[in-house]
Design a protein around this ligand. Structure first.
Ligand SMILES: *Cc1c(COP(=O)(O)O)cnc(C)c1O
Length: 485
């Protein structure tokens, strides 16, 4: 599979080969005139591979296709929304006027970029039912952190010091982590047999020491919290705020709004719901939304509109006295904002609603196709994702992680496994709206065949993958002991 028999770029190095020709320096070589200690200068060149430009291109192209990549095939990571990212977004984001804009450019000279942010914030407010949107967050987890600091500032303003935050046991791991980091105590509540928040369990822990309830809706089982209006009423009756982890809002676009359900604050992962490729670890951006009462506490600076026309129409405004302050240099990850804006404007209101409907249809179709071989502990209908369980396969000694590895042999990526924690042997599948029926069928066939293999030849599954250039990669070790040398 690897066209050079697994050779690395270091193996390809040949002394004296150059990829670029660097001009002779026109400044004197470093020496005594430079006020740096001698020990700071290199005495020899670094041990870098010496290869031609084309070998560098081939090297990175080769790496990008081992073992799977987003442009190759289905990548249905639940809770991660690995949707196709339309190329028009890249075209807009890489326009020189956006990509080369310096953040210190005076407002009068970057009205277009400021208007884009102002319009994007208005669009997101309309999509979510929030009153104000801050675009400064650099990731979903930072949005959560900001929301919690806002909750604290809000309660302090009302002379209260509330210490507890309620989170359901199906929550994304960042929720309890953010709560702890923000200095609150997290209180977990069990989901009921439906996979939803149990209002009675909530009532039992909800009192006036609770600052906030943090909910994902649809939750991480892909289910809509049917009692959300009642839950919001219960929270507000005790003076607590309701925060929506809206990292994955695919299923609601154009159909329902967190603001109308009673949420006071939310974050949206622009890099999930509103495109931007994020599989390789970034970049990301979170929009943080707030209802009127919470808006003064939002981070900043924000883009404001001062007049109807002119060079000073849009301006960056420093955060006000109640704001929790700045959480990112300048206004945020602007390139991601351009992609989100392009995504929204190229689809329009009806197109966004179609995204939601197609995402829901794709997930339900796949759920129905897998149900013959896999347990679905919380049978649907689901929204943009569903959680199957490999507990039947486990009886033959095949666990969810092995199924995930075997899927690679079919040229597709696995779903999220072992999350949410409340489903044993969880396989959390989010096909997204961008997969055709043919792709969904091929994905289902792979899953069904693996279920048959689990019964008849479990070793085949447990020793997978067999076809990929690299076999059983220990990803946790690779992430923890990063060695790029
Ligand atoms: C991805 C995700 C997050 C965290 O977002 P990051 O950008 O990775 O920090 C939080 N909650 C849910 C439900 C998510 O899917």
């Amino acid at each position: 599979m690897n066209d050079l028999g697994g050779q690395t770029i270091f193996d390809l190095s040949s002394a004296g080969t150059e990829g670029v020709t660097v001009p002779q320096p026109q400044v004197p070589s470093p020496g005594a005139s430079w006020r740096l200690p001698e020990s700071n200068f290199r005495s020899s060149l670094p041990d870098w591979p010496e290869v031609s430009e084309i070998e560098v291109v081939r090297h990175y192209t080769r790496l990008s296709i081992l073992n799977h990549h987003i442009d190759r095939n289905t990548y249905p990571l639940g809770s991660c929304t690995m949707k196709y990212n339309p190329k028009i977004n890249e075209r807009a984001a890489t326009k020189a006027g956006f990509a080369r804009l310096h953040p210190e450019t005076p407002d009068a000279d970057c009205q277009g970029a400021l208007q884009l942010m102002w319009d994007l914030a208005r669009d997101l407010a309309a999509i979510t039912g929030m009153d104000e949107i801050c675009l400064q967050g650099s990731a979903g987890a930072q949005g959560e952190m900001a929301g919690l600091l806002m909750a604290r500032a809000y309660h302090r303003r009302h002379g209260e010091h509330r210490l507890r935050v309620i989170i359901p046991d199906s929550a994304h791991g960042t929720n309890p982590a953010s709560v702890t980091l923000a200095g609150f105590e997290s209180v977990a509540i069990r989901s009921d047999a439906r996979g939803l928040v149990d209002p009675d369990a909530l009532a039992a822990v909800l009192d006036d020491s609770v600052a906030c309830i943090m909910l994902t809706n649809p939750n991480t089982l892909g289910l809509f919290e049917r009692d959300i209006v009642r839950i919001a009423g219960m929270a507000h009756a005790k003076g607590a705020l309701l925060y929506n982890d809206g990292a994955n809002t695919n299923a609601l676009l154009g159909l329902a709004r967190a603001g109308d359900m009673g949420f006071d604050m939310l974050h949206l992962n622009l890099h999930k719901t509103f495109s931007t490729p994020h599989g390789g670890g970034g970049p990301a951006a979170a929009a943080i939304g707030a209802k009127r009462a919470l808006a003064p506490f939002l981070p900043g600076p924000a883009v404001v509109k001062r007049g109807e026309t002119g060079h000073e129409q849009f301006a960056r405004e420093a955060p006000g006295p109640d704001s929790i302050g700045s959480i990112h240099p300048f206004v945020g990850n602007f390139g991601v904002l351009v992609r989100a804006y392009t995504y929204i404007r190229s689809l329009g209101a009806l197109g966004l609603a179609q995204v939601a409907q197609d995402a829901i249809l794709a997930a339900n179709y796949l759920r129905a196709r897998l149900a013959t071989e896999y347990d679905i502990p919380h049978p649907g209908p689901c929204l943009h994702e569903f959680v199957a369980s490999a507990s039947r396969q486990k009886q033959h000694g095949v666990r969810a992680g092995a199924i995930a590895k075997r899927l690679l042999d079919f040229g597709v990526h696995s779903p999220t496994v072992y999350f949410p924690l409340i489903v044993p042997e969880a396989l959390m599948i989010e096909p997204t709206e961008t997969e055709s029926q043919e792709r969904l069928d091929a994905y289902a066939e792979a899953f069904l065949q693996i279920a048959r293999e689990a019964r008849h030849d479990p070793d085949l599954v447990n020793s997978a993958p067999h076809e990929t250039p690299f076999l059983r990669i220990d990803e946790a070790k690779a992430a923890r002991e990063l060695d790029v040398g």
